[in-house]
Every structure is written in structure tokens, then in C-alpha cells.
Write a protein that binds this ligand. Structure first.
Ligand SMILES: Nc1ncnc2c1ncn2[C@@H]1O[C@H](COP(=O)(O)OP(=O)(O)OP(=O)(O)O)[C@@H](O)[C@H]1O
Ligand SMILES: [Mg+2]
Length: 455
């Protein structure tokens, strides 16, 4: 804005000074041509032989009035024969311009910048022999030009001030209009308290503010769902950790309150308490491995691993549990697979899947683990002939502590953390997991992991 104001004031100053010099030169040209006409008139009237001629004096005073200046007529003896100011008549007037004009018959014109007048010397030729009989020595004031410039510059100043005021007021109004929706957004964001409720007011003034509000609402919704899942997780953890403690307390209280308890009952209760301690331990171990998975997600211990022998090891370790549940374990390998993986974490992931397949199976059932690969991924498929998972639970089984049938699952044992751990380990390897199931017939989990680890 400041640049604009300075530029326009310089421009108006320029225009005014331009006008001034043009007006002065215009006045000079007009005066010279008019005085030349007067000189010709005087010459043709043979003025110097009869200076008392009627009308000439009037004409001279008319000219001096018109050009707001002074006209003197000087004869060849350098005597002033006529003066519109009547001050120098009869006196001698010797100046270099006049002498030069008599000598060469040329018109002289000067501009006195300080006193602001134009000085003109014009020869009056003899009508017969073209000699210089006399000269017109005239001055014409340019004060009127300066007066006009003054008036104009004052008007330009007023106009400039008016424009500046207008610009300032316009800018203030515009900025307040433009800023208003953003102020409303700030207010809406500030109004969001810990409840993380999406503000109801929509700020629709501009497309941009609408988009900001939409993005903000989406963010709030995500934060709220994160907050909810965090709360749910904490309450689940406390619940799961408290359950074994409560059982232990009941067991301990019942022994303490009874008299003459046989040693066998003591042993049995102590065994039960031991089981509960184991359970508590499992939950804590599972939770710790989940937390570890999240924390070290940046830097897993990746090594080139023989996946076939890794899975063979898992099946060997789980075989006793399979035998106990009367479930047959089969491993079918399509090809030899070597992949860049974190062996410990991947073992944990596959173990959980096979363990589930055994746990949620029927007596006499089977679990089949298949390993295959293409040039980019290896796939591990764990299918079983078990109880299956209902369709609406398929998406939720990876949630921490989620178990399909609470009562049945409790019988079987487990905390509901297994698949959450499995999923975290798979995502750590930039892989994917997918489950399909038919209730009562069985479930199939397919895990796909890139052969080369991508950061
Ligand atoms: N192969 C399967 N067949 C049927 N249901 C399954 C199968 N795998 C998982 N589920 C269901 O998904 C739930 C979640 O499994 P997840 O492994 O996370 O927990 P869990 O097995 O109950 O406990 P743990 O933490 O000891 O593994 C199980 O409780 C079970 O209801
Ligand atoms: Mg499990």
C-alpha cells in the first residue's frame, strides 16, 4: 500500500512539473508570434516617423494587459519611445540583447526562472530597406501558470489523502470480513473440550474454511475413537488382571475359614492358586509382547530365515497340545522359502494361529499348515476343521481381549490377546492377514509376508 501511495504521489508531481514547462513554452510561443505581428504592424504603419499615431498606444496597452507584462518600443538610438508602464519613456535602454537584435535582426527570447517571466526582443524592420528601425522589448509574466500549478497540486494532495483514507478503510473492512471465518474456526476449535465432541457449527463462508472444518471434524472423530479404544483397553486390562487375583483370594479365603482341612484339599487349592498365577503371568507376558511390538516397530531384528524349518519347529512344539486335544497337525510345504523376517516375532504370530486352530477345534479334527511363495511374497495358510467364527465377529477377532464366545472361550482358556499380537507382528513385516470361516465347519487364516523386508 505504501509503495502505491509513494508511486502515485511521485507520478502526480511529475505530471504537474511537466504541465508547468509545457504551459511556459506555450506562452512563450504565443507571445513571440503575437509580438511579431505587432512588429509587422508597427513597421507597416511607419511607426518611428509618427509615434503619436492614433490607436497604436491603445494596442500596446492591450497587448501588455493580455500578456500580463510590459512592452517597450526602442528606436535605433536606444531611446525608449513607448512604455506600457510609462516609466522609461525618453530614457535610453542599452542591453546586450537589444544591441544584438539591432545588429543581426534576430528575435531573442529568454526565460527568467527565478522571477518567472519571459523576456522577448523582436526587431521592427524598415518597410522599405529591411534595416532594423527599432525593437519591441517585452516581458510577460508566467505567474498565472504557477498559480494554476499551485491550485492543481493542492487538489492533487487532497485527492491523494482521500484515496489513502479510502484504501485504509477498505483494507480494514476487507481484512475483517476475510478474517471472520478463521476467527470462528479458532473459536470452534477452542470450544472443543476433553469430550472431543465435533463442533455443531459449520463454517461455510469459504470452501477452504469448510474443508478445514471437515478435516478437523474427521480428526476429532478419529481421536475420539482412539480415546474410546484406549479407555476400553485399559478397562479390559484391569478386568483381565483382576480376575485371577479374585479367584486366588476366594481360594485362599475358603481354606483359611475352614477347620481341619485335609492335606489333599490344601494341595488341590494350592494347585488352583498356582494355575491362576500362571494365567496372570501369561496375560502380563502377552501384554508386554504387544507393547514391545509397538515400541520396537521401527527396528525389528530382520534376518534371512528358513521359513520351512521355522514352521516345522512350531508344529513340533505344538504337537503335544494337538495330541492332547485329539487334533491332527499336518504341514504341507509347496517349496523351499527363505525370507527376510524377524524370526522370533513371526514364530509368535504363526504359533498363535496354530494354537487357536487346535484350541477351537473338535475332537478328532485336523489342522493344516501350508507354505507357498511367489517371487514377492510367501503365504502361510492355517486351516482347521473347528467350530468356526461367526461372520459378524470376523472383523473384531484382532481386537485386544476380544473373544467370540466368552463362556466357551473361558473354558478353553486364553486372554484374547493372541490375534492382536499376531496382527501387530504381521503389520511390522508389511504383510497382511485374512480370515475366512464357516461356522461349525472350520476356519482358514492366510498370512502374506514380503520375502524382502521393506522399511
Ligand atoms: N481358528 C479359530 N476357530 C474359531 N475361533 C477362533 C479361531 N481363532 C480365533 N478364534 C476366536 O477369536 C478369538 C480371539 O482369538 P485370540 O487368539 O486373539 O484370543 P484367545 O485365543 O481367546 O486367547 P489367547 O490370547 O490365549 O490367544 C478367540 O477367543 C476365538 O473366539
Ligand atoms: Mg489365541
Amino acid at each position: 500500500m505504501l509503495v502505491g501511495i509513494i508511486a502515485s504521489s511521485i507520478m502526480s508531481q511529475n505530471i504537474l512539473s511537466n504541465y508547468q514547462s509545457r504551459a511556459v513554452s506555450q506562452q512563450t510561443t504565443t507571445a513571440v508570434s503575437q509580438f511579431r505581428i505587432l512588429a509587422n504592424h508597427l513597421a507597416s504603419a511607419d511607426y518611428f516617423n509618427d509615434i503619436e499615431q492614433e490607436g497604436i498606444e491603445n494596442e500596446l496597452s492591450l497587448f501588455s494587459g493580455f500578456f500580463s507584462g510590459r512592452i517597450m518600443i526602442i528606436d535605433s538610438n536606444f531611446n525608449v519611445v513607448s512604455d506600457s508602464y510609462q516609466m522609461s519613456v525618453g530614457k535610453a535602454m542599452i542591453a546586450s540583447e537589444i544591441i544584438n537584435c539591432f545588429a543581426d535582426g534576430k528575435t531573442v527570447q529568454n526565460y527568467d526562472d527565478v522571477n518567472k517571466y519571459i523576456e522577448i526582443v523582436i526587431p521592427i524592420f524598415n518597410a522599405k530597406d529591411e534595416t532594423v528601425d527599432g525593437v519591441i522589448f517585452a516581458s510577460s509574466s508566467t505567474q498565472s501558470v504557477y498559480n494554476t500549478v499551485d491550485v492543481l497540486s493542492r487538489k492533487a494532495g487532497i485527492l491523494m489523502v482521500a484515496i489513502i483514507l479510502f484504501i485504509i478503510i477498505f483494507a480494514m473492512i476487507m481484512s475483517s470480513i476475510l478474517v471472520r471465518p478463521f476467527e470462528r474456526i479458532t473459536k470452534a476449535i477452542k470450544s472443543v473440550d476433553n469430550g472431543l465432541a465435533v463442533p455443531e457449527e459449520k463454517i461455510l463462508d469459504y470452501l477452504e474454511t469448510e474443508e478445514i472444518m471437515d478435516a478437523f471434524s474427521t480428526l476429532l472423530t478419529k481421536m475420539r475413537s482412539l480415546d474410546e479404544s484406549r479407555e476400553e483397553f485399559v478397562s479390559n486390562v484391569s478386568h483381565e488382571l483382576k480376575t485371577p487375583l479374585a479367584s486366588m483370594k476366594v481360594l485362599a479365603d475358603s481354606i483359611r475359614s475352614a477347620d481341619d482341612v485335609p492335606i489333599e484339599t490344601y494341595k488341590e487349592f494350592m494347585d488352583d492358586i498356582g494355575d491362576e498365577v500362571d494365567r496372570e503371568n501369561t496375560i502380563i507376558t502377552d501384554l508386554l509382547s504387544l507393547v514391545k511390538m509397538d515400541k520396537t516397530s521401527g527396528k525389528p531384528n530382520i534376518k534371512s530365515t528358513d521359513v520351512n524349518s521355522m514352521i516345522a519347529g512350531i508344529i513340533k512344539r505344538l504337537k503335544p497340545i494337538g495330541d492332547k486335544n485329539n487334533v491332527e497337525l499336518v504341514f504341507s510345504e509347496e517349496r523351499q522359502v527363505t525370507a527376510e523376517i524377524d524370526e522370533t516375532k513371526m514364530t509368535l504370530a504363526i504359533t498363535n494361529l496354530v494354537e487357536n486352530a487346535i484350541k477351537y477345534n473338535k475332537p478328532g479334527g485336523w489342522v493344516r499348515v501350508e507354505l507357498d511363495a511367489d517371487h514377492q511374497f510367501f503365504a502361510c495358510k492355517v486351516s482347521d476343521s473347528g467350530i468356526g467364527i461367526p461372520k459378524d465377529s470376523l472383523d473384531r477377532i484382532y481386537e485386544r481381549f476380544y473373544r467370540v464366545d466368552k463362556s466357551h472361550s473361558r473354558e478353553i482358556g486364553g486372554t484374547g490377546l493372541g490375534l492382536a499380537i499376531t496382527r501387530s507382528a504381521i503389520l511390522l513385516h508389511r504383510g497382511a492377514i485374512k480370515a475366512t470361516s464357516i461356522e461349525g465347519e472350520g476356519t482358514t487364516f492366510v498370512v502374506r509376508i514380503p520375502l524382502k523386508y521393506v522399511i
